[in-house]
Design a binder for this molecule. Structure first.
Ligand code: NAD
Ligand code: AKB
Length: 315
């Protein structure tokens, strides 16, 4: 029986992935942790502990006491926030991963999941249909930490045989938990503001195309990769995953179909430069070939669902 540790369970991904893992493995077999309190559904639905992933002693205690066999390590400082505190963010993003990898080696854990990001690409990367293997020269502290993290995953796999798996998520869109300080957050915030204020002042320019994915598809992709037989996982750095590419202007037009009075304004800030260094669209054919990645939400279907679900929160 697998026993799973989720680190960063209260965040945008963790708050949904933890519940899905509990459905699959049983509530008692998924230990949820975060440095801050988590949602009631998580704390009351199964084991929960406050844990700072940088505290190696406590991390070791939690893993050995609970006889953990797999870790999903989701704690990180995202692109926008990381640019404000580069050294502290590097420390959190890298030290935490090395803590988890060393633990996996010492305790011989079965599997590790650690998310990478489209942020591993940079201004010299081909921006349209960015291939799995290409030029990678990120110029943000977040992107540099994700690229270094990918290299560490592959190193621990090759050197110590640790079964590390990873996805380069695009911007994730969800309605359960708000986004945590990234450059793609506008595509979540816009739904809250459209419902509450009928207007949104976007921090990216109107024609800034970025790859995005609806959370349900991201969770399915994560589970799909983690459940795949080891011999199918040919990429031990991180897999490209595409989702849907759209611009702020296009998502605004889709929202207007539901809320005709919705108004969008554009005031690009420091995150514009980050977005301009990232791909516009991604080629994820390797993930589709290796472990059957599928994307089911397009812009229309995602907008319908987001407006419905965010609408319920303010009803
Ligand atoms: P988030 O910021 O919403 O959640 C991260 C969680 O980690 C938070 O609940 C935070 O409290 C926790 N955390 C921070 N420092 C911690 C520490 N020292 N110890 C324990 N917990 C700590 O982020 P997210 O959007 O859920 O992202 C999760 C992972 O996925 C990150 O690695 C992120 O880089 C990656 N990712 C996210 C996206 C996205 O669009 N959400 C896209 C690409 C990659
Ligand atoms: C961010 O914008 O920082 C994240 C990501 C794409 O990694 N959403």
């Amino acid at each position: 029986m697998e026993k799973i540790l989720v680190i960063g369970c209260a965040g945008q991904i963790g708050s949904e992935l933890t519940l899905e893992l509990r459905k699959m493995y049983g509530d008692a077999n998924v230990v949820a942790t975060d440095i801050k309190p988590a949602q009631k559904e998580i704390t009351e639905g199964g084991p929960f502990e406050i844990l700072d992933v940088l505290d190696t002693h406590r991390l070791f205690g939690t893993v050995s006491r609970n006889k953990i066999t797999q870790i999903y390590h989701l704690a990180a400082i995202l692109s926008g926030n990381a640019e404000k505190k580069p050294i502290a963010s590097w420390h959190i993003n890298m030290e935490s991963l090395l803590n988890v990898l060393e633990l996996a080696r010492e305790l011989n854990l079965n599997k590790i999941f650690w998310p990478s990001s489209i942020a591993v690409f940079g201004p010299t990367t081909p921006r349209v249909e960015t291939p799995q293997f290409t030029v990678m020269e990120p110029n943000t502290v977040y992107g540099i930490s994700k690229l270094a993290g990918e290299r560490w995953l592959e190193y621990y796999f090759q050197k110590y045989g640790i079964d590390c798996r990873s996805i380069r998520y695009p911007g994730l869109i969800s309605h359960k938990t708000e986004a945590g300080g990234g450059t793609t957050d506008y595509a979540v915030e816009i739904f809250y503001e459209a419902i509450r204020e009928k207007k949104y002042d976007c921090f990216l320019g109107e024609n800034t195309y970025l790859p995005m994915q609806f959370m349900d598809d991201a969770i399915k992709a994560t589970i799909g990769l983690m459940e795949a037989p080891a011999e199918k996982v040919t990429v031990r750095s991180s897999y490209n995953v595409a989702g849907i590419s759209f611009s702020p202007k296009e998502i605004a037009a889709e929202i207007k179909k539901h809320i005709p009075e919705f108004e969008m304004s554009y005031n690009p800030d420091f995150r514009q430069a980050i977005a301009d260094s990232w791909p516009k669209s991604i080629d994820d054919s390797v993930a589709r070939r290796d472990w059957g990645l599928k994307n089911t939400f397009d812009l229309k279907r995602m907008t319908d669902l987001m407006l419905k679900e965010v609408g319920k929160k303010f009803a």
